[in-house]
Design a binder for this molecule. Structure first.
Ligand code: MEV
Length: 310
């Protein structure tokens, strides 16, 4: 079904960062693509513009979500709809669940208000929700979700937005996403890295620069259909993330498991730290997915770009 066909439905894709998390905060490019999974917002007409939330959520969670929703609603002229959410994404795993939620709500609100829902406008409004969740993110998460295609993203200095360049892949670009476990909030991991960077700016600056170069090289490899070169860039990026203090034994263990299962490259994705998700680039991820599921690893595959089988 075309998720965008019904006027009172909005979809926001989750995302994976193939190359360049963290250094993107410091103005270097990152290569990121949308997952086939995400958050769907559905609405019925109503007198007031409101968000319905499950009663299982805590009071602070409800307050946060309602506040973020109302911020976007005001920007869209508060159309008369009651909105409910369904998520296919695991939360707090580095897969952009809050950005997906922001994009899903924004798409729906813009449509309900009869406004243009171009990727640019969706990103502009969704950012206001993201700010409630994350303070000052680089903007890569919600931009990837709003663009719904593989992009090379570069943050505008001091802003939570930036420039997104579409990266075309002549070959199917498929990843296996393995969930490694609970992790500290992104805000905390980003703040701890900022402290190290402020203490030793030259050393950390060199590592960020290196990651940015690897991300640009990876984007070129994608466009040239050189998936082995992309995989190598991912492996090098993982080494640089470890040098920045962003990896941990459970993440490293999964990286080596995916490489052992034939991944062309594997690395953590998102904020990293003590847990989260690991991605592996595979020509055909299904056999590895089946094997890991059998062993009790939570994982799935997704195609990020390139031609799709009919
Ligand atoms: C989080 O998905 C990506 C980070 O680079 C933070 C950000 O870009 O705001 C860790």
């Amino acid at each position: 079904m075309d998720r965008q066909a019904t006027p009172l439905v909005g979809f926001g894709a989750g995302k994976v960062i193939l190359l360049g998390e963290h250094s993107v905060v410091y103005g270097h490019p990152a290569l990121a693509g949308p997952l086939s999974y995400g958050v769907t917002a559905r609405a019925v007409k109503s007198k007031r513009c409101q968000l319905t939330l499950p009663s299982t959520l805590s009071r602070p969670q409800r307050a946060l979500l309602t506040g973020a929703f109302q911020r976007a609603a005001r920007l869209c002229g508060s159309p008369g709809v009651r909105v409910g959410l369904e998520s296919e994404l695991p939360l707090s795993m580095g897969l952009g669940s809050s950005a997906a939620l922001s994009v899903a709500c924004t798409r729906l609100l813009l449509k309900a208000a009869g406004r243009r829902d171009s990727a640019r406008e969706v990103a502009r409004v969704a950012l206001e929700m993201e700010k409630e969740f994350h303070g000052t993110p680089s903007g890569v998460d919600h931009t990837t979700s709003a663009e719904e295609r593989l992009i090379l993203y570069k943050r505008t200095p001091g802003e939570s937005s930036g420039k997104a360049k579409a990266v075309k892949s002549p070959r199917p670009l498929k990843v296996l996403v393995a969930l490694v476990g609970e992790r500290s909030p992104t805000k905390k991991t980003v703040a701890a890295l900022r402290e190290r960077q402020a203490r030793w700016p030259a050393r950390y600056g060199r590592l960020f620069q290196q990651i940015g170069t690897v991300a640009s090289e990876g984007a070129k490899a994608v466009e040239a259909g050189e998936l082995e070169a992309l995989g190598d860039a991912m492996n090098v990026n993982q080494g640089l993330l470890a040098a920045l203090g962003l990896s941990s034994p459970p993440l490293e263990d999964m990286v080596y498991r995916l490489r052992g299962l034939g991944a062309l490259g594997a690395k953590l994705t998102g904020a990293g730290g003590d847990g989260g998700a690991v991605i592996g680039l595979f020509l055909e991820p299904e056999p590895a997915v089946a094997k890991l599921l059998q062993l009790g690893v939570r994982c799935f595959s997704s195609q990020l770009a390139g031609p799709r089988a009919l």
